[in-house]
Design a binder for this molecule. Structure first.
Ligand SMILES: [Zn+2]
Length: 109
C-alpha cells in the first residue's frame, strides 16, 4: 500500500504552534517562580518540563529566562524572591549550592 503524503502545515498553523509553545514555556516558568518558596521540588519539575517542551519543539529559551534557573538542578533563581543577587559575578543556588558564573556583559543583556 502506498504511503500517504504527509500534510504540510501552513505557515499560519506553524506560527500558532510556535506561539502556543512559547506561552507554555512562559507559563511554566512563572508557575515555577510562584511555588519556588513553598514547594521547591514542584518548581524544579516545572522548569524541567519547560526545558523538555522547548527541546521537543526546537525552541530556544530566551537567554534572560535561561539564566533565571540553576543550570545544575533547575531551581528558579529570581533575585529578591528565591535568591539574593550578590555584587560578585557568581550566583549561588539556594537549593543545590551550585554556582553559575556570569560575566558582567552577560548579566547586562
Ligand atoms: Zn541548583
Amino acid at each position: 500500500m502506498a504511503k500517504r503524503p504527509k500534510r504540510e502545515l501552513s505557515k499560519r498553523d506553524k506560527l500558532s504552534i510556535h506561539r502556543q509553545t512559547l506561552l507554555r514555556v512562559s507559563y511554566l516558568f512563572q508557575a515555577s517562580v510562584a511555588v519556588a518558596n513553598v514547594n521547591p521540588e514542584l518548581a524544579i519539575s516545572y522548569i524541567r518540563m519547560m526545558r523538555s517542551i522547548a527541546q521537543k519543539n526546537v525552541i530556544r529559551i530566551h537567554p534572560e529566562l535561561r539564566r533565571s534557573f540553576c543550570e545544575h538542578c533547575c531551581f528558579p533563581l529570581v533575585p529578591g524572591k528565591t535568591t539574593a543577587l550578590t555584587p560578585t559575578i557568581a550566583i549561588r543556588c539556594p537549593h543545590c549550592s551550585g554556582t553559575s558564573r556570569m560575566t558582567s556583559r552577560r548579566m547586562n543583556e
